[in-house]
Structures are given as C-alpha cells and as structure tokens.
Write a protein that binds this ligand. Structure first.
Ligand code: ADP
Length: 481
C-alpha cells in the first residue's frame, strides 16, 4: 500500500518532466512545524515553459475522442481513490485538517473527476433553424484552450480537481499554480495523472512561493485563454484586472460572508448540528463556512446555550490523532485575524460564551469560540473571519433577518433553518446568494453548481454547468444550399 511518503514529490511538473529550480521553499506541517519537503521556486521562464508545454499539448488532447479523454479521467479517478488514505495523510500533514475531513476531501475531489469523465461524452452542440431557406446554423462547443488554475490551501485537492476535471473533459490543458502552503497534494495528483497515462503537457504544476510574480506571467501570456481562480476577493480582483489586458475568460471563486439564520420555528437541535458542521469544518477555513449566525429573539438564549455546549466538546489537536475535530489554523496570520475579530467584538460589547483564546497546545491551535450579543457595528459583521469563531447576532422579524443577511458585498453561501413552508420559500428567494442551504449545514457536491454572486465571484464549478466555463461556442452559418 502506498504511504504518504511515497507521494511526497519535491519537483515541479512541466511538459511531462519533473524539474527542479535554482532555489527552493519549505512546505511545513502546521501542527508540528516540521518541514515536509523543499519544493522548487520556479523562475518566470520556467512558468512560461509550462505554458508552452500546455499549449503544445492542447491540440493533440482536443483531437482525442471524448471517449478517450473520458477513459483517462476515469483512470485518474480510480488512481486517486486507490490512494485515498495516503493522499489524505499527506493533506493533513501539509494543511492541518483532521484526517477524517481529509479522507472526505479526497472522495469529494475525486468525484469531480468521475463526474466530468462522464460529462466529457455529453459535450453536445446544436443545430438551429436557419434564417434563410438556403442556410443552416450549427453550434459547436469547443475547448477554450490553455487554462491557468490558481488554487488555495484550504482544499488542496478538491480545488484542483474541480477545475482540472471539467477543463480536461472539454479538451483544455492546464497549468496549475497551487498555494505555496500546499503544493505537495497538487504534485501527488499530477504524479497519479502521469501514471495513468494522461499525456505530457496536459497537466502541469508550477510551484512558487512568490505568487505576485507568477500571477502576471500566467495572466499576461496570450497563450493562456482562461484563468480559473479560487481564493480571496482581493487577489481575485487583481487577477481579473490583469486578465483584462488579453481579454481572457475568467472564473472566480472568491470570499464569502455566509449568514446562518435560525428562525424561531426551526428544529433547534438540527440547527445546532448544521451550524457546527458549517462553521467549524476545516477549523472555519472554508469560503462557505458560516461567518455570521443570525438567531431570532425568542430562541436566541436557548440556541446559544446549546451551541456552546456542542462547541466546547470539539476536540482540538493534530489532525492525525483519533477523535480530533479541530486542527491548527494554517499560519500565524490566520490566528491574528481571529484574535482581532474577537477583541474588536468584545470591545464593542460582545460576550465570550466559550473559547476566545489560543489553545493551550500552542502553535496555531485556537479554541473554538462562540460570541453572543454581537451587533452589525462589529468587524465580524462585515469581514470573513476564516477561523473557528461563531458570532451570534440577534434579529426580531423575517424582514430584518433577510436585510441583515444581504447587507454585505459578498454572496456565496447562505444557510437557514425554519419549518414554515411559506417562510422557507420566501427566504430562499430573498437571499442574494449563489447557494442557499435550507435545513442543511453542508452543501458542496460535484452534482450542483457551486459559485457566488456579487463580489463572491464569477462562474460555477460542478454539475453540467461547470463544463461551460471551459468551452466556447462556435457558430457556423452554412449557406448556398
Ligand atoms: P488566502 O488569503 O486564503 O491565502 P489567496 O487569495 O492569497 O488566499 O491565495 C489563493 C491563491 O492565490 C494561492 O495559490 C496564492 O498563491 C495565489 N495568489 C496570492 N496572491 C496572488 C497574486 N497577487 N497573483 C496571483 N496569485 C496570487
């Protein structure tokens, strides 16, 4: 059986070659501080080589039949699942998430590869009625071309497969720029793709700890036809502006400020479970994590008490230890942000119900925290905390809850718990979000279109709609018939 050590690769992957560079940077385990590997700090020229390799591989890949691409994706899916345990352990080591969550992420991430292996065969065009008796209209769906995929550290595997699987299915090739904290999972995925016979140049991985330098190389290259990014809204705006120069297609999965509304007719125990799942998964470090809990006046005290009791039970520790549900935060800056949000809220009158300080384990471990009496003047109302902090706001009427929920420039995920069916329909329709979870705490699946509105992004990942991001329509007018 493969162990996680077998999957540690300290080379970048360009045009089917494993390459080093003049310098390297360290990848560390956030739970222990141990260095896992030194990976290449690629030069701008090496990144351009990766684009050239993807460009050279594009036409042969696009010319394969959909069935051939499908079979290779299916083989990649099988290889990922055959290495589920080792990949999960590698991910826990470089990212910190509890092993059970990492195992879940491998299955979730692999599911995109499986789904788009199937979808590759359904990339149908259409024929339309012509605008003259001697004319016909044909619509082809064609791959957009070389894709640059810039991915974050919070889902080191799934954010890559979510982009690469539909891209490859459509006939595109990719240059992946993984987050500097988690390149090892990306490299392991590329190794598995190589092993199952995905041709050289179709998947390339460029490693660097200087994204500000690599970004413009990718966005400025006319051979790159599409940028698919998952990360913070600030960086997304920079990349979108850079894409404007060469008018590239762009997909952006950006930040959120997810509300989680608990109405007074909700099943409170179910709402607590949903809130814990949504808030504390990956120690609060996901873009769809609940950022604000909005709880109706009549059930506020009971809900806060039940939530705090549940949160106090969450075991904090190294993600490899059995029973741990909260790993370390990714780095010291992440801890600082949680601390700053708590200090600001407490300074303006919020109360700490549980947690509220760094965990006694030290490092970047933080106590899962619940704050009550939180108001819209506090930073937590507007900014994404991206950590294990649940601020509980109070509301009185449905209209007030919806106004509070929508009072943000973000629009990724929203959650609410209620029983009354009119209230459910009204709230579902009134929330200005790309995704709404009704009486559910987790909504990500390869079967649904994931994505946001407003400053949370552009485009969708998952479902059949995910293929559209990697295809262009070509219309042919056939005349003289
Ligand atoms: P986070 O704040 O969660 O680390 P970022 O948006 O900074 O999120 O990072 C997401 C991805 O974007 C990472 O791969 C990172 O290296 C990359 N990145 C960060 N800054 C830039 C930039 N200026 N240009 C291109 N990519 C960037």
């Amino acid at each position: 059986m493969t162990s996680f050590q077998d999957l540690i690769i300290d080379k970048a992957f360009i045009g089917g070659q494993w390459c080093g560079a003049e310098s390297t940077f360290a990848v560390t385990d956030p739970a222990t501080g141990e260095t896992l590997a030194q990976v290449p700090e690629l030069s701008a020229d090496q990144v351009r080589d990766a684009v050239a390799a993807a460009d050279a591989a594009w036409h042969p890949w696009k010319r394969k039949t959909a069935k051939e691409r499908s079979a290779l994706l299916r083989a990649w899916f099988n290889a990922i699942m055959a290495n589920q345990q080792a990949l999960a352990e590698l991910m826990t080591r470089e990212q910190g998430k509890p092993l059970a969550e990492a195992i879940g992420e491998v299955a979730y991430g692999a599911a995109f590869v499986e789904y788009y292996a199937e979808e590759a065969k359904r990339m149908a065009g259409e024929t339309l009625p012509g605008h003259g008796a001697d004319k016909r209209i044909l619509v082809f769906r064609e791959p957009v071309g070389v894709v640059a995929a810039i991915t974050p550290w919070n889902f080191p595997l799934a954010m890559i497969t979510r982009k690469c699987a539909p891209a490859l299915a459509a006939g595109c090739t990719v240059v992946i720029k993984p987050a500097e904290a988690t390149p090892l999972t990306a490299l392991a995925l590329a190794r598995l793709a190589e092993e199952v016979g995905i041709p050289a140049g179709v998947i390339n991985v460029v490693t660097s700890s200087s994204p500000r330098e690599v970004g413009p190389v990718l966005t400025g290259d006319p051979r790159v036809r599409k940028v698919s990014f998952t990360g913070s809204t600030g960086v997304g705006k920079i990349l979108l502006a850079q894409c404007a120069d060469t008018v590239k297609k762009a997909s952006m999965e950006l930040g959120g400020n997810a509300p989680f509304i608990v109405f007074d007719d909700a099943d409170l125990d179910a709402a607590v479970e949903g809130a814990v799942a949504s808030k504390y998964r990956n120690s609060g470090q996901t873009c769809v994590c609940t950022n604000r809990l909005l709880v109706q006046d009549g059930v506020y005290d009971v809900f806060v008490e039940k939530l705090a009791r549940r949160v106090a039970e969450l075991k904090v520790g190294n993600g490899l230890e059995a029973g741990v549900l909260q790993g370390p935060l990714i780095n010291a800056a992440a801890v600082d942000k949680v601390q700053a949000h708590i200090a600001d809220a407490v300074g303006k009158g919020a109360q700490i119900v549980c947690g509220g300080k760094p965990h006694e384990l030290g490092g970047t471990f933080y106590e899962p925290t619940v704050l009550r009496d939180v108001t819209p003047e506090m930073r937590v109302a507007r900014e994404e905390t991206f950590g294990p902090l649940a601020p509980v706001f109070r509301f009185h009427s449905d209209d007030e809850a919806i106004a509070m929920a929508n009072d943000t420039e973000f629009g990724l995920a929203a959650y609410f718990y209620a029983r009354d069916y009119r209230r459910i329909w009204h709230t579902m329709e009134a929330l200005e979000y790309g995704m709404v979870a009704v009486n559910e705490g987790i909504l990500s699946t390869e079967l649904a279109p994931f994505g946001g509105v407003k400053e949370s992004g552009l485009g969708r990942e998952g479902s059949r709609h995910g293929m559209d991001e990697y295809t262009e329509l070509k219309y042919a007018c056939v005349g003289g018939l």
